[in-house]
Design a protein around this ligand. Structure first.
Ligand code: PEP
Length: 256
């Protein structure tokens, strides 16, 4: 079975109604290749407007709405949190979980990340599980150990078979928002490690999972990155705020 490519836009705490309008009008004319999904993840307050505009403007069915985070709890006294059911009501399909900014600024542990993945899967939404090493961990040749330590708690909690419904984004922390992209060889080598790590638990699931690369992807470097055997698209931060550039990235991706 073919593997789908995914290009996901992580707006972080940027953009608002104006960017929703601009992205929707830009994406009306985007040309997507076969087996590609595009996911736009604005901040929570704009999910509803994005969903409405995608429907009203009859955008390509491969264009979806995603959230940047979710609570692991179903409901209750968790002030400021957003549940999977709330996201479902807004027709959200994907949820970014475990982004390095959440792990470092909000102290999210891999066990908490696993709980969020579990809640997201139970709600029938697709988690985009972010993993990645810091600059010092790479320098100390700890990358594989770190990635394994981020993946294993999720495997333990939801089971390897559930990875059939998970997308993984490998994002070296040192490449996020810094303009320092991993070379395509380095990214490919790490993606291959991730696929092999999953294959030890289930080869079939590992062969089919979409593995995205994230970290300063732009219109100039995406073609080479996406051409790598184990890279199935990207999680795009800064460049996703520039609609023409983002459209070019979306058009470059294709399923494998
Ligand atoms: C991200 O935030 O997930 C990201 C990859 O950001 P940037 O593309 O700006 O490095």
């Amino acid at each position: 079975m073919a593997r789908r490519a995914i290009v996901a836009a992580n707006w972080k705490m940027n953009g608002g109604l104006a960017l929703v309008n601009t992205i929707v009008s830009g994406l009306t004319s985007v040309k997507l290749q076969d087996n590609v999904d595009v996911v736009i993840c604005p901040s929570f307050p704009f999910l509803s407007e994005l969903t409405s505009q995608i429907t009203e403007n009859k955008l390509n069915e491969a264009i979806h709405v995603g959230a940047q985070n979710v609570s692991a709890h179903e409901s209750g006294a968790y002030t400021g949190e957003i549940s999977t059911q709330m996201l479902q009501e807004l027709s959200v399909k994907f949820v970014i979980i475990g982004h390095s900014e959440r792990r470092s600024y909000y102290n999210e542990t891999s066990v908490e990340v696993a709980d969020k993945i579990s809640a997201t899967l139970k709600a029938g939404l697709t988690p985009i599980l972010c993993i990645g090493e810091s600059e010092s961990e790479r320098a100390e040749e700890q990358t594989e150990k770190v990635l394994a330590s981020q993946l294993q708690p999720v495997i333990d909690e939801v089971g390897i078979e559930s990875f059939a419904n998970i997308v993984i984004a490998y994002e070296p922390v040192w490449a996020i928002g810094t303009g320092k992209t991993a070379s395509s060889e380095m990214a490919q080598e790490t993606h291959k490690f991730i696929r092999q790590f999953l294959a030890k638990a289930n080869a079939n699931v590992a062969a089919k999972i979409s593995l995205l690369y994230g970290g300063s992807v732009n219109a100039s470097n995406c073609e080479e990155l996406f051409a790598q055997a184990d890279i199935d698209g990207g999680l795009i931060g800064g460049a996703s705020l520039q609609v023409e550039q983002f459209k070019q990235i979306c058009s470059t991706a294709k399923g494998k």
